[in-house]
Structures are given as C-alpha cells and as structure tokens.
Design a protein around this ligand. Sequence first.
Ligand SMILES: [Mg+2]
Length: 178
Amino acid sequence: MHMDEKLQARIEKIKMVLFDVDGVLTAGEIIFDDNGVESKVFNAQDGVGIKYLIRCGLKTGIITGRTSKAVEFRANELGITDVYQKALDKVLVFEKILKVHVIDPEEICYAGDDLADIPVLRRAGLAVAVENAGVEVKEVAHYITKRPGGKGAAREIAELILKAQNKWEGLMKKYLER
Ligand SMILES: [Mg+2]
C-alpha cells in the first residue's frame, strides 16, 4: 500500500502519542458495579501496540474527561507516563504536556472519538479519529482507523506510526528470527 506523502510526513515527526480513553482505548462502554465502581474493557493487542511505541522511544499519554482506578491501573501496567484524568478542558492538558515535555504540537499524535476531542485534534500534528468516532471528529482527522476503539484502533495507530518511522521491522526481528 502506498501511503499518502502528506500523511507520511506528518507521521515522521511524531514523538508522542496521546489517547482519549472511552471510545478509543475502550469501545465506549462503562461498567458500574453495585457500589458505583467503574470498570472498563481494554484490548490486549492495543496494549501491546502501546508497549511497542514505548519500546521504540515514543512517549505515550492519556487524556480523559472521566476518572477511574481502572484507567490508572491500565496506564501503569503499560508504562504510559502521562495520565490526565478528569480533564474538563483537554486543550489545557495538551498545552501543559507541550510545556512539560518541551515538545511541539507537530510532534504529537492524538486519537479521539467525540466532540470534546476536536480542539486537541485540531492542534495535534497527527489527528486520528477512530472508526466509531462522530462525523465531526472524522472531518478534522488526518487519519481514520479501520478498526474501532477498544477493538484494535490503538494497535492500528501504533503500527501505522512505527511502520512509517521504519521502526516496525526492527521490532519484529526479535520474533521472526527464532
Ligand atoms: Mg471518548
């Protein structure tokens, strides 16, 4: 497959990948137990994709409007360094991340699915809308995943970036040469 040159140029600059949670790292379902404690369903292949990003030297982060222990636990498990929950204004968090990491917007990929993600998507160097994202979200995206949130979208984003940055093959060697 021949990738669009403009998209390739955008991806080459990416040094950090930020994810929304509900609808992006999950399918959007939120489970409450009888005590009101929130649970979420994450995808193992998504998790491995995020670990690959980290292993290849990219920074990763989460910006979510909700708060749950499940997100904190999942982020710790994967090694995601920047976890921002209860982010009522995602742009403020985005700008904080720029300062903390001394990183340019062009070096950040953000993946979202809903309207609250649009302001950040419009600033990010690589704006990704997942397959299940709203029409307005897809309209501002540079890339729309084939797989839906919580079901391989994050893995697809990781592979897209690592392949375009020529990091995928080196990663695979470990598995293919034994
Ligand atoms: Mg969402």
